[in-house]
Design a binder for this molecule. Structure first.
Ligand code: UD1
Ligand code: MG
Length: 477
């Protein structure tokens, strides 16, 4: 193990009581994934040799969510130093740099973590480097006490601080890089003689100094270090992340017509010259090719949209949707686990689920793939160049061959061969003059008084018109 290799310990055993939630705090989602996923991603960029998430007992869901990253259980929440001790077995003989982070500080960037690690290489080599910041309101944060020589002397928790110490604006973010060779010796020396009767990790600084070791700090942007402790702070963190994601999308060559109403997931990928209309929501797992237009009011999730396609307005792409090159998905069209091959079109009011729509096929307005019979899902296959008339129900499993035509209003239950024309609906019967006859027949059965009332109700008579003429039945044409 080289001296500059990194192990990350992420503390997440706290109950997060202020969230008022049954879900562990760090599992609350931000930009489409659990808060702790953001921390793990920032850490992963450093290529750590080991990673451990410290969780509380009864947090099996959290252990599952962070897998394959290992977890260590802190049986009782005795403080941040005790939490790091829970990682002792997991760290084993690791003697590089141990990075300690909190699972509820999701806005940290890899660049800031890299700067912290780099500071371990200053000379004389610091055993502890703390990430400091200056929040708008230092409030309950621990304060960094820095000596005249610029070295860090102590971290004082707000509750234990003197008024002079409380006046310090440089605060402890909680993120630290500690020399693994000293870590557990220092942790074992930490007591709980303080206001909260907790074992404070922050005490490593004064204990390290007492042993003649050097401690330092670096300062980072306060915007990266906000902690999430309540639903309001969760919303603030979401807003900050969205602002970052919008900015990154525009920097990478996408036009957002109204950036404030475009919502991204952490993993949304947009190509060049993509245009996104107002009020578009990208759920997790969406990839969009070059020159795609996503028009207003669309929701996409787990979908791939290939180059030059047009989606929306008002379209919904659900997991497994693949919209081929130059294909069109129009208003009120929902696509799930289905492929629209190149140039295919489904422009109005359709549900296409568990299906393939061949290249350049046209799916008429109101077409539905009836993919579910209450028990199983079945596949619909539409060949290339096929034309599906409006208001067709395709009862799966069913296939329509290449270049076939299905007449409007059909209920297709049997396969249609290539180049065939299929119509599956009641044949139209037209009876000349039938409407007039119907009215006469109906009228004769009603008593005159009732008829008058019924007519008045159906069509109030305008004062200027002759009431008699207006009651005359229209002639069938
Ligand atoms: C801590 C720091 C404080 C710093 C602040 C930054 C200490 C003593 N204080 O205070 O200097 O300014 O964070 O936000 O470290 N946790 C456990 N097990 C425990 C206790 C906590 O895993 O027994 C975890 C929590 O889940 C959380 C993190 O450690 O992720 C911080 O704990 P918290 O109680 O919020 O510490 P603060 O009082 O905010
Ligand atoms: Mg906290």
């Amino acid at each position: 193990m080289t001296a500059n290799s990194i192990a990350a310990v992420i503390l997440a055993a706290g109950k997060g009581t202020r969230m008022k939630s049954d879900l562990p705090k760090v599992l609350h989602p931000l930009a489409g994934r659990p808060m702790i996923g953001h921390v793990l991603e920032a850490v992963a960029a450093l290529k750590p040799a080991r990673q451990l998430v410290v969780i509380g007992p009864d947090m099996a869901a959290l252990a599952k969510a962070v897998a394959p990253v290992q977890t260590a259980v802190q049986e009782r929440q005795l403080g941040t130093a005790d939490a790091v001790k829970a990682a002792r077995a997991g760290l084993g003989d690791f003697n590089g740099t141990v990075l300690v982070l909190y699972g509820d500080t999701p806005l940290l960037t890899p660049a800031t973590l890299a700067a912290l690690i780099e500071a371990r290489e200053f000379r004389p080599e610091p055993s502890v480097v703390v990430l400091g910041f200056r929040p708008a309101e230092p409030g309950a944060y621990g304060r960094l006490v820095v000596g005249a020589d610029g070295r860090l002397e102590a971290i004082v928790e707000a509750r234990d601080a003197t008024p002079a110490e409380r006046a310090i604006t440089l605060c402890n973010s909680g993120v630290m890089a500690i020399d693994g060779r000293h870590l557990f010796l220092l942790l074992d020396a930490i007591g709980n003689d303080n206001a909260k009767r907790e074992f404070y990790l922050t005490d490593v600084v004064k204990l390290a100094r007492a042993r003649g070791l050097v401690c330092r700090h670096i300062e980072a942007d306060a915007a990266e270090l906000m902690g999430v402790n309540s639903r309001a702070e969760l919303a603030e963190a979401e807003a900050a992340l969205q602002a970052r994601l919008r900015r990154a999308a525009m920097d990478a060559g996408a036009t957002l017509l109204d950036p404030a109403t475009t919502y991204f997931s952490h993993d949304t990928r947009l190509g060049r010259d993509v245009t996104v209309g107002p009020s578009v929501v990208f759920g997790p797992g969406v990839t969009v090719g070059d020159r795609v237009e996503v028009r207003a009011f669309c929701q996409l999730e787990g979908a791939v949209v290939e180059d030059d396609a047009i989606v929306g307005p008002f379209a919904r792409l659900r997991p497994g949707a693949r919209i081929g090159r130059g294909a069109h998905v129009g208003n009120f069209v929902e696509i799930k686990n289905a492929v629209l091959e190149a140039g295919a079109k489904a422009n109005h009011l359709s549900y296409i689920g568990d299906a393939r729509v061949g290249a350049a096929a046209n799916v008429g307005a109101g077409t539905i793939t009836c993919n579910y019979d209450g028990f199983v899902k079945a596949h619909t296959d539409i060949g290339k160049g096929a034309f599906i008339g409006s208001n067709t129900a395709l009862v799966a499993p069913v296939a329509v061959g290449d270049n076939a035509i299905v007449g409007a209003g059909s209920v297709i239950t049997e396969d249609v061969p290539a180049d065939a024309l299929a119509v599956a609906r009641g044949r139209q019967k037209t009876s000349k003059g039938g409407a007039a006859k119907f009215r006469a027949r109906r009228g004769a059965k009603l008593k005159p008084a009732k008829m008058k009332a019924a007519a008045a109700k159906a069509r109030p008579v305008a004062k200027t018109k002759k009431p008699k003429a207006s009651r005359k039945p229209a002639r069938g044409r």
